[in-house]
Design a protein around this ligand. Structure first.
Ligand code: BG6
Length: 502
């Protein structure tokens, strides 16, 4: 009988020779092993096209551990690697799946695994549906243990393609067996959003349109498209970052407190936020969203090329590498509060931050000529620093009639940097435990595409005439600043006349 909480399992990894497996998955599996989250009753089967054998596979897994920053304990490295097996697999070959099934059965006997099977699709999305249907038709999704499918993004490229993909994988897996990865949900401080909100009496009562002026979410990257030009030029920042990571952060920030901390209750509150997002009409997209594409510039004093000169990018490309947007949530809590998001490549620095700006005091007793009282801010530092800061006002020592902003910092990873687990490690562990809370439900995926598709359609219809419109190493096009200016706000940190920056 299937016991859903039994963690003894085989992880079947499609895309075992790929970059994600090397950079994130093998180090994560190792850390889970080291921490005792994987018992001796586990196996990993690597599948990919290459004709590797177990020895080559294990050598590669070991190399990926050494390349990562994790600490390896030599005393158990060999016994860890013994759990790794490889079978070459052409995803369209029935015979290859039959070999896989035989290997699964053998390993389940060897390691005394009760038929629990985790299928991890870490490869090109066009094969997701094919793999799922072979897993079913060849009897690999078995009846004796649990079956789970972990699926990487992108989950489709718009709502119709996502629906199509979903119906293909639903042929073989039930919704509660599908774990759609959004790796932002595995980040320590993204998971902390709920705790900050729901475990602190000083925030939750203020968390609404009576006290909050706006919320800003910035996820900037200094890297360009690197080796991923082929994928990125078809995707762009809207589909690559906004449809998933950015909207997930919006949902966590805006959701109502769930009645219980269960997967279903949390997801249902997030879904309500996505349903309440004010949909945009095609003709009004430009009033709410700004797109950008980077030109050449300087990052850390090094000259970098513009997007159109990168490898595998169309020299006339109309793809956006930057998006800024203003979202409105039509419900009682958030009516009238803009949520601004911005994300892009080749920006000034790699950083993800959320800034909650509180409304001004009803009257400023300390107002003196040009000095305006600073608004209170709650800053959630997602990465690279992890922590929170609160900006309050204090007395300026020399003048009782003036105030000065004071920043109170709590830095999570400053305390114990080495122990902050990687997002992938946490998500993999959750999936092994059968906890889907930090994975996206189909309804979230569908609602996010529905919101984003209109923006994409508007941009497809009207090519950007001003691309490239921001220099590498800057915070994006000036139109992104105008978006907030029209509402009387500006992006933080642009704190003038203050001796701190966020
Ligand atoms: C991925 C995108 O989902 O997230 C990448 O495909 C992006 O383009 C990455 O670079 C950013 O993730 P992180 O964790 O580095 O902020």
């Amino acid at each position: 009988m299937s016991n859903k909480s039994d963690t003894n399992c085989t992880i079947v990894l499609f895309g075992a020779t790929g970059d994600l497996a090397k950079r994130k998955l093998y180090p994560s599996i190792y850390n889970l092993f080291k921490k005792g989250h994987l018992s001796k009753h586990f196996a990993v089967i690597g599948c990919a096209r290459r004709e590797w054998d177990n020895t080559t596979f294990r050598e590669n897994v070991e190399a990926s551990l050494r390349d990562s920053k994790i600490q390896i304990d030599p005393s158990h490295l060999e016994s860890f690697l013994d759990h790794f097996h490889y079978t070459p697999l052409d995803v369209t070959s029935k015979e290859a799946y039959q070999n896989l099934n035989r290997l699964l059965q053998t390993l389940e006997n060897t390691y005394e695994i009760p038929g629990n099977r985790m299928f991890y699709l870490a490869m090109a999305p066009q094969f997701f549906g094919t793999i799922a249907s072979f897993l079913k038709s060849e009897g690999i999704t078995n009846e004796t243990g649990w079956n789970r499918l972990i699926i990487e993004k992108p989950f489709g490229h718009d709502l119709p393609s996502a629906r199509q993909l979903n119906s293909e994988i639903r042929e073989a897996f039930a919704e509660d067996e599908i774990f759609r990865i959004d790796h932002y949900l595995g980040k320590e401080m993204v998971q902390n959003i709920e705790v900050i909100r729901f475990a602190n009496a000083i925030f939750e009562p203020l968390w609404n349109n009576r006290y909050i002026a706006n919320i800003q979410i910035t996820s900037s990257e200094s890297l360009g498209v690197e080796e991923r030009g082929g994928y990125y030029d078809k995707s762009g920042a809207l589909r690559d970052m906004v449809q998933n990571h950015m909207l997930q952060m919006v949902a966590l920030l805006a959701m109502e407190p769930p009645i219980r901390l269960t997967t279903n209750e949390i997801r249902s509150e997030k879904i309500k936020v996505l349903r309440a997002l004010r949909p945009l009409e095609l003709g009004e997209v430009d009033n709410y969203f700004v797109r950008g594409q980077y030109g050449p510039g300087k990052i850390n004093d090094n000259e970098v090329p513009g997007y159109r000169s990168e490898g595998n990018i169309d020299p006339q490309s109309n793809t956006e590498t930057f998006v800024a947007g203003k979202l409105l949530i039509d419900n009682f809590r958030w009516a009238g509060v803009p949520i601004y998001i911005r994300t892009g490549k080749r920006m000034t620095e790699k950083s993800t931050k959320i800034v909650v700006q509180f409304k001004d005091m009803p009257m400023n007793l300390y107002y003196r000529t040009e000095d305006k009282m600073h608004p209170n801010l709650l800053i959630i530092h997602i990465q690279p620093d992890e922590g929170i800061s609160i900006v309050i006002n204090g007395k300026k020592t020399e003048n009782i009639l003036n105030t000065a902003p004071v920043k109170l910092d709590y830095c999570e990873n400053c305390v114990d940097q080495m122990n902050t687990p990687e997002a992938y490690e946490k998500l993999l562990h959750d999936a092994i435990l059968g906890d889907a809370t930090n994975f996206t439900h189909w309804d979230e995926v569908a609602l996010s595409w529905k919101y984003v598709d209109v923006i994409y359609d508007a941009w497809e219809k009207k090519k950007a005439s001003d691309f490239p419109n921001y220099e590498s190493g800057t915070m994006g096009p000036t139109a992104a600043d105008e978006l907030l200016k029209e509402d009387g706000f500006h992006w933080w940190p642009v704190i003038e006349d203050s001796d701190y920056s966020i």
